[in-house]
Structure formats: structure tokens, C-alpha cells
Design a protein around this ligand. Structure first.
Ligand code: SF4
Length: 439
């Protein structure tokens, strides 16, 4: 009888991009015959994929490494905080290895060293679509790494490097495999989706007997042919974003844009060194909605940025009211070690940050409630995420998983996870909907 296969545990922290990195590492390990352990106890070693974006996330990562060391003892660290190897080794000298983000090969080598792979040439353990940590019916599709911008609050470019886009055919082959494996929704992610392909001069590559350019518009058109929901995240409002709106109007991709505006006041945006020009943004949103009336615009904002005055904040609130955004997240500015914004004058006190955050969220809650109320009586498509004994939870085209709202569904017939059903909306709260299936 052969030895039992070696088992590796993984703790994946941080954003969806880090989750995709974890999936790649697991896919590679699974291909080599490793098994994935669901708990510390059963694992021969544990990988901790860390996040280093905010100081609170860094602390969470350090704590997670400590927990894995205490529970298992054999710990391999990777991910964004891995770029700060000295800090990790000083805090946790017993870790077996430390690598930075996207160093898949180095992580896999560290696993080989800690727990040698079992050699079995007769097994092929990896399903065609790879190993995914998200539920089977939706998956993140990472189209590029890194970022060419230098927003003053962000250290991603120094951790993840300049923009590096995947060839369009690579992305399409992965997307097609996912669709064939039963995925109903693809969430396109990157640091800057609208910049996709700039670094490789929008090179063409061959997919399904056609040439696809590494450009957001062309990629969206090709993804739109797969027959699954395609949702765009982290889109900056460059002029060519207007080109994907007709694809939404035609139902090729979801009428959903996640655009991190971060602020509206020109002075604050300048201090943030944001890539996009805010001028005419309100006009453009209105124009998009004229073409696609059911379009959802989601965004994130930062309040309490250094130098943000009362006037800047009032300007932001007024802009928010005019923009009438559907989904909004808001963060209080937090100085991230290494970010140039930390040296800016005019630090905002914690009390003021808190007060602005509450006012911002209250304002947005009213907008969200008003917009959702308008959906009552309408028939919408809902993708079923969870079927519990007394409750069925789904999401509409307006809701990205984890970050947006949900739809509570009542149905006379049994529903399955991953199914897309039509429901009539019967009620709304500030963030969620409820409704009944039509049949
Ligand atoms: S666009 Fe700005 S916030 Fe986004 S990753 Fe690049 S530098 Fe960071």
C-alpha cells in the first residue's frame, strides 16, 4: 500500500486577488498529489497567504501566522505582507519560508522542502478548471497584476509591481474552462481593469479561431460570448469605459460597474494622486444610465484623508447625492506604512473621521433604500447562492458576492445553488431585496 498523500492547509487572507493566488498555489499542489487539509490538525504544513494593505490587515496577518505556528508549527508565509520578510521573521522566527505576492513557484518549492511530494505518476487529481476556494457557481478571473499608478494612500505598486497583463487567450481559456465546469458568474478582477493590456500594447492572441486583443473592450466582448454572468470590478473611468456600455445594453456582460472613485473633491483627489479625471464623471454616469437604465454603479470612498476640509466633505456628500450610486463602501483613512499620504499635512482627527464616516454612510443608506424601493414590483434574475432549510439566498445582477446586498427568495418549488431564476420583487430594505419566484 502506498503512503497517504501529504496534506497542506491554507489560510487565505485579504482581497479577491489574494484568493486567486491561493487558488493557483492549491491547483499546483493538488496537481502534484498533495491533499488540502481542512484543519490545522490534519495538515503536514500550513501556508498563510497574507494581506499587507492596511495596518489592521498587517496585524491580522501577523496574528494568523502566530495562530498557525501555535496550532501546527510548520508554517510557510506568502502574499503581500511577505514582501516584508524582515518584519515577519522578527515577529515569528520559526516560520519555514517567506515569499512575496505571486511567487507561486517559490511557495510550491517551499512546500516541497517542508513536505516532499508523493510520487505517483498514475494520478491526475486536478479538475480542468483548477482548484477554487469560491463556491462552484462563481469564480474570480484575474486579468492582470500590479498597477502603473501611484495613488498616495496605496502601497500596492511597491508590493505588487507595475501592471503585468495576462495574454487575452490565456484569460479566455481559463474563463471557458470555468464556464464549462459549471461556473455561472465570472468576476473580472485586477488592480486596474480598464488599464488591461496597456503594458503588452494590447497584443492580440488566438482564441476559438479568432484573434482577441488584450484590451478591456475586446476581452469583455469575448467573455460575453460564454453565456455566463460577467461582472467588472476595479474599473477606472477612463474614456474607453464608454465602449463597454453597449455590451451591457446588449446583455453580453452584466450592467454593473465597480468604480473606486475614492472622493469627489478636486483638491482631495489631487492629494490622493488619483489616475482618473473627475470632471464630467456625473455627466458620464447619467449618460451610461440613459443607455442602460438598470445599470448598477458601485464605488468605494475614503473619508478623513489628510487635508480633507469640512468643505471638501460637504462637496463629497453633495456629489454622492447627485451621482445617486447604487452600492457604496466607505473607509476611514488609515495611514499605511510606506504610503506617501502619511507625510501630507492636515491630518484629520479620529473623532472627525468617525463623524464623517457616519454621516456619509447615513446619506448613502438613504440613496440605496430609495433606489432599491424602485425595484419593488419588477421581475429580475437572481442567482441562487445558498439554500438553507428555511431560507433561500440569492443575488441579483446588481449584487457582487460578499460586498453588495442579497435577495431573499421564496419559492414553491425546490431551488438549487447556482440556478438562475426569475423573481418578482416584493420588498426592499436599505441594502437587500426579497421576492417570489414566478412559477
Ligand atoms: S490605482 Fe491607485 S489605489 Fe489602485 S492599486 Fe493602483 S496605486 Fe493603488
Amino acid at each position: 500500500m502506498s503512503n497517504p498523500p501529504p496534506k497542506i492547509g491554507i489560510v487565505s487572507l485579504g482581497c479577491p486577488k489574494a484568493l486567486v493566488d491561493s487558488e493557483r498555489i492549491l491547483t499546483k499542489l493538488r496537481a502534484e498529489g498533495y491533499e488540502i487539509a481542512p484543519s490545522y490538525e490534519g495538515a503536514d504544513a500550513v501556508i498563510v497567504n497574507t494581506c499587507g494593505f492596511l495596518d489592521s490587515a498587517r496585524q491580522e496577518s501577523l496574528d494568523a501566522i502566530g495562530e498557525a505556528l501555535a496550532e501546527n508549527g510548520r508554517v510557510i508565509v506568502t502574499g503581500c505582507l511577505g514582501a516584508e520578510s524582515d518584519l515577519i521573521r522578527k515577529t515569528h522566527p520559526k516560520v519555514l519560508s517567506v515569499t512575496g505576492p505571486h511567487q507561486y513557484e517559490a511557495v510550491v518549492s517551499a512546500v516541497h522542502e517542508a513536505v516532499p511530494p508523493r510520487h505517483d505518476p498514475f494520478i491526475d487529481l486536478v479538475p480542468a478548471q483548477g482548484i477554487r476556494l469560491t463556491p462552484r457557481h462563481f469564480a474570480y478571473l484575474k486579468i492582470s497584476e500590479g498597477c502603473n499608478h501611484a495613488c498616495s494612500f496605496c502601497i500596492i505598486p511597491s508590493m505588487r509591481g507595475k501592471l503585468a497583463s495576462r495574454p487575452a487567450a490565456d484569460v479566455m481559456v481559463e474563463a471557458e474552462r470555468l464556464a464549462l465546469a459549471g461556473v455561472r458568474e465570472l468576476l473580472v478582477i485586477s488592480q486596474d481593469t480598464s488599464a488591461y493590456g496597456v503594458d503588452i500594447r494590447h497584443a492580440e492572441s488566438a482564441w476559438r479561431k479568432r484573434r482577441v486583443r488584450a484590451h478591456m473592450t475586446d476581452l469583455c466582448a469575448a467573455l460575453g460570448d460564454l453565456g455566463v454572468w460577467v461582472r467588472l470590478h476595479y474599473v477606472y473611468p477612463y474614456p474607453h469605459v464608454d465602449e463597454v456600455i453597449p455590451l451591457m445594453a446588449d446583455g453580453k456582460i452584466l450592467p454593473y460597474l465597480d468604480i473606486p472613485f475614492q472622493h469627489a473633491s478636486p483638491g482631495v483627489l489631487k492629494a490622493m494622486r488619483r489616475p482618473a479625471n473627475q470632471e464630467r464623471v456625473l455627466e458620464r454616469i447619467a449618460n451610461w444610465r440613459r443607455q442602460v437604465p438598470d445599470m448598477t454603479v458601485r464605488s468605494t470612498f475614503i473619508v478623513g484623508f489628510p487635508g480633507e476640509t469640512d468643505d471638501d466633505f460637504e462637496f463629497l456628500l453633495q456629489w454622492l447625492d447627485e451621482a445617486d450610486l447604487d452600492r457604496v463602501g466607505c473607509f476611514k483613512f488609515e495611514p499605511v506604512t510606506g504610503a506617501s499620504a502619511n507625510d501630507l499635512p492636515g491630518a484629520v482627527s479620529d473623532d472627525v473621521k468617525e463623524e464623517r464616516w457616519h454621516r456619509f454612510m447615513a446619506a448613502q443608506q438613504k440613496i440605496s433604500a430609495r433606489r432599491l424601493k424602485k425595484k419593488i414590483g419588477k421581475t429580475i434574475d437572481v442567482l441562487i447562492d445558498e439554500v438553507r432549510p428555511n431560507e433561500i439566498i440569492g443575488r441579483s445582477k446588481a449584487d457582487a458576492p460578499e460586498i453588495d446586498g442579497i435577495v431573499k427568495v421564496k419559492s414553491k418549488t425546490p431551488l438549487r445553488v447556482g440556478e438562475i431564476v426569475k423573481i418578482k420583487v416584493t420588498g426592499a430594505t436599505a441594502y437587500d431585496l426579497r421576492g417570489n419566484t414566478l412559477s
